[in-house]
Design a protein around this ligand. Structure first.
Ligand SMILES: Cc1cc2nc3c(=O)[nH]c(=O)nc-3n(C[C@H](O)[C@H](O)[C@H](O)COP(=O)(O)OP(=O)(O)OC[C@H]3O[C@@H](n4cnc5c(N)ncnc54)[C@H](O)[C@@H]3O)c2cc1C
Length: 149
């Protein structure tokens, strides 16, 4: 088996086609990871959420890490790691165009509204459903590819 670096373009291609990403961030020194859906476009990953721990914690510390992978076998795979910054897109007049753009971009993904925007019951209580758009500015990107042989 051989492991090689991927070019920036090949890494971006994986970001574009990945079904699920892992979003990592830190709160008071505690690392934390959640599965998320993103849509890539020119140096940004767009997504949406409802209010919750993840948003509160990224507001407090916007440094994040996103991992995506395409695991075919233990010898044939691609993984990409992005280091970046959380940028909230609050529903202001100023952000209107950007939010419509983010919405259109995310909407291209199959069942894009789930599970980011679906009835969620935690400890017997229903979470409020208020959509919030955000994006991750990509500061650094690296990719590795494993091939058999
Ligand atoms: C394939 C996939 C795609 C997803 N895409 C999106 C998306 O685009 N947008 C989006 O907002 N959410 C998405 N989710 C859901 C996301 O992973 C979180 O569960 C959700 O956003 C709630 O996070 P929160 O921090 O607001 O949790 P809160 O409701 O505030 O709850 C925080 C508590 O719940 C626990 N918790 C939260 N999420 C999970 C989890 N997934 N597994 C185990 N424990 C958990 C935490 O440990 C913490 O104790 C996706 C999940 C999957 C599986």
């Amino acid at each position: 088996m051989l492991i090689e670096s991927m070019t920036r373009q090949a890494s971006i291609e994986l970001l574009k086609r990945a079904r699920v990403a892992r979003l990592g961030y830190v709160h008071d020194g505690q690392p934390y990871i959640v599965p998320m859906l993103f849509a890539y476009n020119v140096d940004y990953l767009y997504s949406f959420s409802t209010e919750g721990q993840k948003i509160a914690w990224m507001r407090a510390d916007p440094r994040v890490c996103v991992e995506v992978d395409d695991l075919v076998t233990s010898q044939e795979w691609e993984t990409v790691i992005v280091l970046g910054r959380f940028e909230e897109l609050p529903p202001t007049e100023e952000n209107e165009t950007l939010i419509s753009y983010a919405h259109a971009l995310i909407q291209r993904r199959p069942v894009w509204w789930e599970p980011g925007f679906v009835k969620t019951i935690v400890d017997g209580k229903e979470r409020p459903l208020e959509t919030l758009y955000f994006r991750i500015r990509i500061d650094q990107i690296s990719g590795r590819r494993g091939t058999p042989g």
